[in-house]
Design a binder for this molecule. Structure first.
Ligand SMILES: [Mg+2]
Length: 410
């Protein structure tokens, strides 16, 4: 039989089990009693948030449903539809085996990095919720237990006058005093008005002075009340990034994020090693295989994986384990709904080197309405003791905020 698209994706094709599964599904893994259950379906619904959040639900013949979330991106629901036959009939408690099976089966679409990884992550997060419910334990327990009862959250901040240092300082003060956060992040790739040509990635002296002014005003305003990070979104040349990081050393920022484009590891490493300003990188990398190279080469001071983008809860745990061998803290990038945010909090609770989890939706009034529970309070997430992730979708809110044309879960 020749390998073509149809046969590669035929779950009943005999050779796909033998040749493509590397034995992950060829082995039998059975359970007794209440744990002898099977996955019956996987469904998605997309929410029109400040990103198009893709919620994922895994259904079983035991009536237990797991809820997860994939990182946003075009084609994610389609990819999840395509991989659903590969998990239907399987026991959802075999999280690792099913994950590796999906990585293997979807390798034609590309499972080293990219949108297929994030689609698989959506199922993987839902499996953790599901397994926790079946076993009657919180998701963090599946990851080895807790280091902490609550997870610190940092608030990604924005102002209308994003290039005005005083406006940034005013917003920092408001978020600390009114919203209760003790950890913040501001964008530092904002225009100063002095740019000549941003395509060449070079920073003029006045641009660096402008960025240092933002950093100075924000950090002096909040003083020790909050840690403040600054994000550059992969904008600058290696040389300019070194000059910027050096100029910020006197302010002792929490971290400087993504100062150079993500592709070239050597440039990233040179920038990070040039300065005592802590450099955080990681949200644009996939799986432990890619994040590992940043850590092992000393190209990061802080690793910043995005849980539903990088590959899920166990993949993030694996990254944290590698990082911990190099004494590198983990600050999880996060632009997700409350579902993946809570998944990040469970992983953050279960690893020693957890620094914080991002919150990126403070301007969106209804973010927390998507679930019945309170998620973030005074800048922290209390780790739930309920089985699974400990969040319950509010289906009325989900229906209200679905992307037009989406269907509500069964
Ligand atoms: Mg970032």
């Amino acid at each position: 039989m020749s390998r073509n698209y149809e046969s590669l994706h035929d779950p009943n094709a005999e050779y796909t089990m033998r040749e493509l599964s590397s034995g992950t599904m060829g082995v039998t893994a059975t359970r007794g009693g209440d744990r002898d259950i099977e996955i019956t379906d996987v469904q998605t619904t997309m929410i029109d948030g400040n990103f198009p959040w893709t919620l994922v639900r895994v259904y079983t013949d035991a009536g237990v449903v797991g809820t997860g979330e994939a990182y946003w991106g075009a084609g994610v629901p389609e990819l999840i539809d395509r991989m659903t036959p590969f998990v239907v009939g399987e026991n959802p408690l075999d999280i690792d085996r099913l994950y590796e099976h999906l990585i293997q089966k979807m390798s034609g679409e590309g499972t080293i990095e990219g949108v297929t990884v994030t689609a698989i992550a959506g199922i993987e997060v839902a499996l953790h919720d599901l397994a926790g419910k079946v076993l009657d334990v919180p998701a963090y327990q599946l990851l080895g237990g807790k280091y902490r009862d609550r997870m610190r959250v940092y608030c990604d901040c924005h102002t209308e006058a994003e290039a005005d240092p005083e406006a940034c300082a005013d917003e920092a003060e408001r978020v600390v005093t009114e919203l209760g956060y003790d950890a913040l992040k501001f964008d530092l790739d904002v225009p100063s008005g002095l740019e000549k040509d941003r395509a060449n990635r070079h920073l003029r002296p006045g641009e660096i002075r402008h960025k240092a002014e933002i950093v100075e005003q924000v950090t002096e305003r909040v003083k020790d009340e909050a840690d403040v990070a600054f994000d550059c979104h992969w904008t600058f040349s290696g040389g300019s990034a070194k000059r910027l990081a050096a100029a910020l050393e006197e302010y002792d920022v929490w971290w400087l994020e993504d100062p150079v484009p993500p592709e070239n590891l050597e440039v990233q490493e040179a920038v990070t090693k040039s300065t005592v300003t802590p450099v955080a990188v990681g949200e644009n990398r996939y799986r432990v295989t890619e994040e590992r190279r940043l850590i092992e080469n000393g190209a990061v001071d802080i690793i910043a994986p995005d849980l539903p983008k990088v590959g899920g809860m166990r993949e993030t745990r694996k990254i944290a384990d590698v990082a911990n061998q190099y004494y590198v803290p983990v600050a999880m990038h996060n632009v997700s709904s409350p579902v993946a945010t809570m998944a990040a909090a469970h992983v953050g609770a279960a690893i020693p080197n957890s620094l914080a989890v991002e919150y990126h939706s403070y301007e969106l009034g209804w973010w927390s309405d998507l679930v019945e529970e309170t998620v973030i309070e005074e800048g922290y997430i209390e780790i739930p003791e309920e089985p699974g992730l400990g969040v319950t979708l509010d289906m009325d809110a989900v229906a209200e905020h679905m992307v037009e044309g989406e269907e509500l879960f069964d």
